[in-house]
Design a protein around this ligand. Structure first.
Ligand code: AMP
Ligand code: ZN
Length: 139
């Protein structure tokens, strides 16, 4: 994808601070960290969104995400991490090239997510949504 910023990073046309790479994957520092040490794990080939990405690509990518989370814990002494993957402008996705954010978290890092839990009108509403999605599952 010639106009994709992450494809340009993979091609070396835009610089990045590289953490890890293999034949399929690149990991680099997010330029706008939520917490210092925030990294992005991307496939070298352009894929987006997650629902159109082949399972083998995703399988390898999530294994690298796990590897990076473990290395952050060891090196940065973080207490945990957030792993985030946005799909679509509505979700807050700014770069339409599949990526996982791996964000180290510390007990007193001061960051809070705006995680405002809502309520269903009733159990029927929740059940209808569950059934609609269950019946749409592909094998
Ligand atoms: P998202 O909102 O999930 O699409 O996240 C895109 C992320 O890419 C943001 O956290 C940005 O800070 C990050 N980003 C954008 N451009 C660059 C760049 N040139 N180098 C490193 N990170 C970038
Ligand atoms: Zn791309």
């Amino acid at each position: 994808m010639s106009d994709c910023i992450f494809c340009k990073i993979v091609a070396g046309e835009i610089p990045c601070t590289r953490v890890y790479e293999d034949d399929q994957t690149l990991v680099f520092m997010d330029i706008g960290p939520i917490i210092k040490g925030h990294m992005l794990v991307i496939p070298k080939q352009h894929h987006d969104p997650i629902t159109e990405t082949p399972d083998d690509v995703l399988g390898h990518l999530i294994a690298v995400v796990k590897k990076i989370a473990a290395a952050q814990k060891k090196a940065l002494k973080c207490d945990g991490c957030n792993i985030i993957q946005n799909n679509g402008v509505c979700s807050g996705q700014a770069v339409p090239h599949l990526h996982f954010h791996v964000i180290p978290r510390f007990e007193k890092d001061g960051h809070t997510w705006n995680w405002a839990a809502k309520k269903y009108d009733d159990m029927q509403e929740m059940k209808q949504l569950a059934e609609a999605v269950a019946s749409a599952l592909t094998p």
